[in-house]
Ligand binder design. Structure first.
Ligand code: KMH
Ligand code: ZN
Length: 280
């Protein structure tokens, strides 16, 4: 049974990612100060969760534990957002470093349910890694968000939950990542097919569409009762030829869509309740 539409919409902002360079996108938030400024403005605009990737002093993707901790602490200090760290990192990050992300003690962590082609690269998520990361998240009381890039990842989520039981907190939250070259397309048909195949234990799900699939996926998600993830990790334009200048613009647009759907943006307190994240 797919969960009924929640009366409000969880908006997650993914402000940075690992794919765009600061040189190509100077407005991308890459420093701790920029992340805090972004988090604060996005919370005001309606975001309740932030999905963080960290950069080094040269603005390159890193999984440096000190920087991860600093970013988590700084965003927690400045906002009430649910803080989710990416365990996906960049396609070049080794699996053992990706496991260590949990040492930074986020509220939530992303957890991708299988390997996928990722443009010209491969985003590697072998089953033993997925199983290990999941069990560590249970032990450390970090709530996972299962990232589903393809229908096969939905199938793998059944296997994971059947084998290892429920996540910490008892809720099961997924995010459909659609429109990655190599993954499922960012279409309403693919979204509905994936949602219909979700395990019965899923309690909430969101969707994000990469690039120009952002709007069709957002509309389809709201129509099907899902939540929204937006941000410059996934989308760098508001319309053809109109670049995003601040993540806040994407959150404001998502909040406006949620209002139109009569499921307004949920508060951070509602998000903590929905996801059952531990108070830290
Ligand atoms: N950067 C991608 C290779 C995640 O954050 O968990 C993986 C990604 C998914 O962004
Ligand atoms: Zn990410």
């Amino acid at each position: 049974m797919i969960p009924a539409a929640h009366p409000s919409t969880l908006i997650t902002v993914a402000p940075t990612g690992a794919e765009s360079s600061k040189a190509d996108v100077p407005v991308l938030p890459t420093t701790t100060e920029e992340l805090v400024e972004t988090a604060t403005r996005c919370e005001t605009a309606g975001a309740a969760m932030i999905h963080l990737h960290i950069r080094d002093a040269e603005h390159r993707p890193t999984l440096d534990l000190g920087r991860l901790r600093d970013a988590v602490d700084a965003v927690r200090e400045a906002t009430d957002l649910v803080v989710q760290l990416s365990t996906g990192g960049s396609v070049h990050d080794p699996l053992d470093e990706r496991l260590k992300v949990l040492d930074a003690e986020p509220d939530s962590c992303s957890l991708t349910m299988g390997t996928t082609n990722f443009g010209d690269d491969v985003f590697s998520n072998p089953w033993p890694f997925v199983a290990e990361l999941y069990q560590q998240s249970q032990q450390r009381e970090v709530v996972p968000e299962f990232e589903l890039f393809d229908l096969g990842h939905v199938h793998a989520l059944h296997r994971l939950l059947d084998t290892y039981g429920a996540p910490h907190g008892g809720r099961v939250h997924c995010d459909l990542v659609m429109g990655v070259p190599g993954g499922m397309p960012g279409t309403a048909d693919a979204l509905v097919a994936s949602v219909q195949a979700l395990p019965a234990g899923v309690t909430s799900w969101s969707a994000t569409g990469i690039g120009r699939t952002a709007l069709p996926v957002a509309f389809a998600s709201l129509a099907r009762g899902g939540h929204l993830r937006v941000g410059m990790e996934d989308t760098l334009t508001l319309a053809r030829g109109v670049p995003v200048t601040h993540n806040e613009e994407l959150v404001q647009r998502a909040a406006a869509l949620a209002d139109l759907a009569q499921r307004p943006a949920m508060s951070t307190a509602e998000a903590r309740d929905l996801l059952q994240v531990r108070r830290r």
